[in-house]
Design a protein around this ligand. Structure first.
Ligand SMILES: [Mg+2]
Length: 258
């Protein structure tokens, strides 16, 4: 098919499923990269760092460097920094705390173990994502701050998170829903379907939207975020979608891009 100067790939269900690389995906991305296209990787996952995904993608044979990886944690850090919100009350995994600190932000409630809850710390904003140590104290800390007028930001809206063999666990959206209920406030959600991260990629590379093909396995997140950014989109059937919507560019797997 038509080649693009830039490809923005979703990860889970597009390049791999859990720890299993999808057949021919790495070879396809490598071929596009070797023909001169820029490659960027975009995931709604906020629980892991860029370094984690770099290691995983390289192990699976994808051409990759740290700057090519965009997570909803990276997007949240960028959004907070751009809005002068330097001290963050963060509800998330240690990977999110590391990502925020890597971007020069202060995490008001995390100690050296990345998890310590200290409800009294000063903060400028509340950020919530997937958090496997979420508890009543964290919820209360977030609620008091949001009710006092601090901005409420969510990493991504996914209510569940897919595990091996189709098993689901609570995702960021479920943690966010709890905080939303008690604080009676709507969060600004950074991850897909918000085009925020796609616009950030385009801005950093200086590319126009029409030069980037956004590729993913989910219509309501991957493809919607691409459309909202003004980019052409392409669906692959290796993840959660088995029937493509009418008129949507698609292929059974990534080899359809060659
Ligand atoms: Mg996916």
């Amino acid at each position: 098919m038509e080649r693009y100067p830039l490809y923005i790939f979703d990860l889970d269900g597009t390049l791999y499923r859990g720890n299993e690389p999808i057949a021919n995906a790495a070879d396809t991305v490598r071929a596009l990269s070797e023909s001169g296209a820029k490659i960027r990787y975009l995931t709604n996952n906020s629980g892991q760092t860029r370094a984690f995904f770099l290691d995983k993608l390289i192990r699976m044979g994808f051409p990759c460097e740290m700057e090519a990886i965009y997570t909803s944690g990276v997007g949240s850090a960028s959004y907070l920094a751009a809005n002068g919100l330097k001290r963050v009350f963060a509800i998330g995994e240690p990977g999110l705390v590391t990502t925020l600190r890597d971007h020069g932000l202060e995490v008001a409630n995390a100690g050296s173990d990345l998890l310590t809850v200290s409800a009294g710390s000063e903060s400028d904003a509340v950020l919530a994502g997937i958090c496997r140590h979420f508890n009543y104290d964290l919820m209360n800390g977030a609620m008091q701050r949001i009710r006092a007028g601090q901005p409420f930001i969510a990493t991504n809206p996914d209510v569940t998170y897919p595990m091996e063999e189709g098993r689901l666990i609570p995702g960021a959206g479920s943690v966010v829903a709890g905080i939303q209920a008690c604080s009676e406030a709507e969060p600004y959600v950074v991850g897909k379907p918000n085009p925020y991260l796609i616009r950030l990629i385009l801005e950093e590379l200086g590319f126009p939207p029409t030069s980037a093909l956004v590729v993913g396995d989910r219509v309501d997140t991957d493809l919607v975020s691409g459309e909202r950014a003004g980019c052409p989109t392409h669906l692959v059937l290796t993840g959660v979608t088995s029937v493509p919507p009418e008129g949507q560019s698609f292929s059974v797997d990534l080899t359809g891009l060659l």
